[in-house]
Write a protein that binds this ligand. Structure first.
Ligand code: PHE
Length: 376
């Protein structure tokens, strides 16, 4: 067989094998069989060495031409195999972009109206220069009553429907705190000889401006009372703090909280053992419609208790009443939340009903701020 026909036979055999290789591995086997050390094209190339120079002149370019052509065909086939493989993978790995996304936890979860209200209250008071303090829910009789000028055995202690705990080993009967006022004393406390004086928030030196939000407990339950409820206490102590400032602070707070331009307050004389004078505050409102509207109308709604801190309380806390004076107030948080967000029944707050929290709850990332809006 002439060299020429040998080359053409090889060319057509190898071309057919390349075209028939349908995987990279099969193609590689074809490459080795043709161009590998012992391949058919390599074997033909090896014959060049023993040719006489005249024959080699013609045979060399012909055989090398075959070798280059085969290499070119293999490369081209490899490229088309690779793109076919990619296409097949893309087809197999389709992603259905029309599938609905799972809502993120931050979109699904809801902040309880109580937490929202506490955040709103602390945002407002922080803006007025108040800090936030906390005390324990399980309180000693001393902080809940005695230090607050409730005399031993005085009926005022029963005024609160207190939950008493079983007496401890030393006979001491702890209570579930009936108000946030005991934290007033913990914040002012100048001496450390009282038990757990700095329980959650360390005591401060005057001038003091704090708000104290927290859970409180009384044995009471109806549409507007639950055995556990929430209060926020305010306390301001300085050398010349006075009722005028108390009134201003309350007005500014209530305007900001109810997001109204004006509020009118009515101060009525009242009694608390730990303030003198003591007052109850009503806010002007309109009760003619389905919802109570604050800042307009002809009705009054009792909203908080307040007064000038009693000298005995300052003394119990180790402050000299001839140097320091101040005012305090206590507001029911649940009440504020019900009024602002139009929730009719307090008991629903603590039922853990998913539908209720979805309706009344707040989106977790919509944090209340004075510049961004408290409730939106
Ligand atoms: N602690 C009082 C209550 O629970 C409210 C109050 C606080 C009154 C501070 C005066 C000053 O009813």
């Amino acid at each position: 067989m002439s060299l020429q026909s040998q080359i053409e036979t090889l060319r057509s055999e190898i071309s057919a094998a390349i075209a028939g290789a349908d995987t990279e591995t099969a193609l590689d086997a074809v490459r080795v069989a043709a161009l590998g050390k012992k391949g058919s094209v390599s074997a033909l190339l090896a014959t060049l060495g023993s040719m006489d120079p005249e024959d080699r002149k013609a045979a060399g370019p012909a055989i090398n031409g075959l070798k280059n052509d085969v290499a070119g065909l293999i490369d081209a086939r490899s490229i088309s195999l690779k793109s076919a493989a990619l296409e097949a993978r893309l087809k197999a790995e389709t992603l259905d972009v029309t599938l609905p996304l799972q809502p993120a936890p931050t979109a699904k979860g809801r902040i309880h109206p109580i937490s929202q209200t506490i955040d709103e209250i602390t945002a407002i008071f922080s803006d007025m220069g108040f800090s936030v303090a906390e005390g324990p829910d399980i309180e000693t009789d001393y902080y809940n009553f005695t230090a607050l000028n409730f005399p031993e055995g005085h009926p005022a202690r029963e005024m609160h429907d207190t939950f008493f705990m079983k007496p401890g080993p030393n006979g001491e009967k702890k209570v579930l705190r009936t108000h946030t006022s005991p934290v007033q004393v913990r914040v002012m406390q100048k001496t450390n000889d009282k038990p757990s004086a700095s329980y959650l928030t360390p005591p401060q030196d005057p001038p003091i401006r704090v708000v104290i939000p927290g859970r409180t407990y009384r044995n009471d339950s109806d549409q507007t009372h639950t055995p556990m409820f929430h209060q926020v206490e305010g306390l301001v102590i300085d050398k010349s703090s006075h009722i005028g400032q108390l009134r201003w602070v309350l007005e500014e707070f209530l305007k900001a909280f109810f997001e109204v331009p004006n509020v009118t307050l009515r101060f009525r004389p009242s009694f608390f053992p730990f303030t003198e004078p003591s007052m109850e505050v009503d806010v002007q409102c309109d009760r003619s419609g389905a919802e109570v509207k604050i800042g307009e109308g002809n009705d009054w709604l009792e909203i908080l208790g307040c007064g000038m801190v009693h000298p005995n309380v300052l003394e119990h806390a180790g402050l000299d009443p001839s140097v320091y004076q101040g005012f305090a107030f206590g507001v029911g948080i649940d009440r504020l939340a019900m009024l602002k967000y139009g929730m009719p029944d307090l008991r629903a707050f603590f039922d853990a009903d998913q539908r209720w929290i979805e309706h009344y709850g707040f989106r977790p990332l919509d944090l209340p701020t004075l510049f961004g809006g408290l409730s939106n």
